[in-house]
Design a binder for this molecule. Structure first.
Ligand SMILES: Cc1ncc(COP(=O)(O)O)c(C=O)c1O
Length: 348
């Protein structure tokens, strides 16, 4: 598909005017040296609005549609330390909307800091109304509850636009990452990545999978063969592979543009996931420390720390040898403060 056709397909969707784009593409000399690789980082932690992150690109499309429908309230669901809901609250502030956040108890046990600091504190500062959803890991039930909340808001005279997470909703947010694929392709033509402006492999966190799948769709639509490895942060590789496949089909349906992709384009890695969503492991802790102390780069415990831990595991096992690797920084650092007791034990 040509760049113009892809842009035209995206142009049919409303977009909220927000975000600092394009984001920088930077080389990481110290990490590259330490891991004996060429490592680049796509700084989507710098997308602007609130503390930025990948969800800004997604919310540009959700909030664009909400504004087109003349909505006045955004009901949204996510984990207690979700960056998505907090960034939605920032959009709500900017576009004079109200935000109702349903916080899912996905992580247990949790500390006092986890429950009140980081994104929880920021969402309160942004003026959002918080609701609790105690049923742990149940995506369909969480979406059903947020639609019920929207119904109540409608009865109370509001005009809600629900931002769901589950696979039964159109993958509007993924369009932000189809757009990011265009941005990266253009950027790689301008930046000296040493050989032909290419990277061999992209590592990116894969949760709801809209970021990962949007990027993969966009690159393949532009006939870019770069390998995209999704790093599992919520489900194992088998379940996440199924989800990415479904979301690829959903993006094709939404954009009404089929693309050519192979089964082996869907590449998931889950060895840095344990013990589970939102829970630290020692490789992730080490990755957070090493990125901070060698590049001044802050990662988060839930998404980008696990993605960097995956990169380091793969580098150590020789699977990335000789490759130019792009680490896609999706943000999330505002959750760091909720994990202080684990990252800096004793406050020392
Ligand atoms: C910082 C960060 N990175 C990555 C992701 C994963 O993105 P997605 O849900 O589109 O897979 C999230 C999702 O909440 C996130 O907050």
């Amino acid at each position: 598909m040509s760049l113009q056709s892809l842009q035209q397909a995206l142009g049919k969707f409303a977009q909220a005017p927000a975000g600092h784009l394009p984001t920088p593409l930077e080389h990481c000399p110290n990490l590259s040296h330490a891991l004996n690789l060429s490592i680049w980082v796509k700084r989507d932690d710098c997308t602007g609005l609130g503390f930025g992150g990948n969800k800004v690109r997604q919310l540009i499309f959700y909030v664009g549609e909400a504004l087109a429908q003349n909505a006045d309230t955004l009901p949204i669901t996510g984990a207690v330390q979700s960056n998505f809901v907090c960034t939605a609250a920032a959009f709500a502030s900017k576009f004079n909307l109200q935000c109702h956040i349903q916080l899912e108890e996905r992580v247990s046990p949790t500390s006092e800091l986890y429950r009140r600091n980081g994104n929880v504190m920021l969402s309160k500062l942004l003026g959002a109304t918080l609701h609790s959803f105690p049923k742990a890991e149940n995506e369909a039930a969480a979406d059903a509850a947020v639609y019920a909340l929207a119904e109540q808001l409608r009865k109370d005279g509001h005009r809600p636009y629900v931002i769901p997470l589950g696979v039964n909703s159109p993958p509007l947010g993924a369009l932000g990452y189809v757009q990011a694929a265009i941005e990266l392709t253009t950027q790689l033509q301008q930046v000296d990545t040493n050989v032909d402006g290419q990277v061999d492999e992209i590592l990116i966190a894969s949760g709801s999978a809209l970021t990962h799948t949007g990027l993969l769709y966009g690159l393949r639509a532009l006939s870019q063969a770069t390998s995209v490895r999704g790093v599992c942060v919520r489900r194992d590789a088998t379940q996440q592979t199924r989800r990415v496949r479904q979301r690829l089909d959903d993006i094709e349906a939404l954009l009404q543009q089929d693309i050519t992709w192979q089964d082996n384009d869907i590449n998931l890695y889950d060895s840095s996931l344990a013990p589970g969503y939102g829970q630290l492991n020692s490789d992730t802790e080490q990755a957070i420390r090493q990125a901070a102390q060698s590049e001044g780069l802050f990662l988060d415990p839930v998404y980008t720390g696990k993605t960097m831990a995956a990169l380091m595991q793969l580098a150590k096992s020789g699977q990335l040898q000789g490759k130019r690797v792009l680490f896609w920084h999706t943000g999330g650092q505002s959750a760091l403060h909720a994990y202080e007791d684990q990252l800096i034990p004793g406050g020392a």
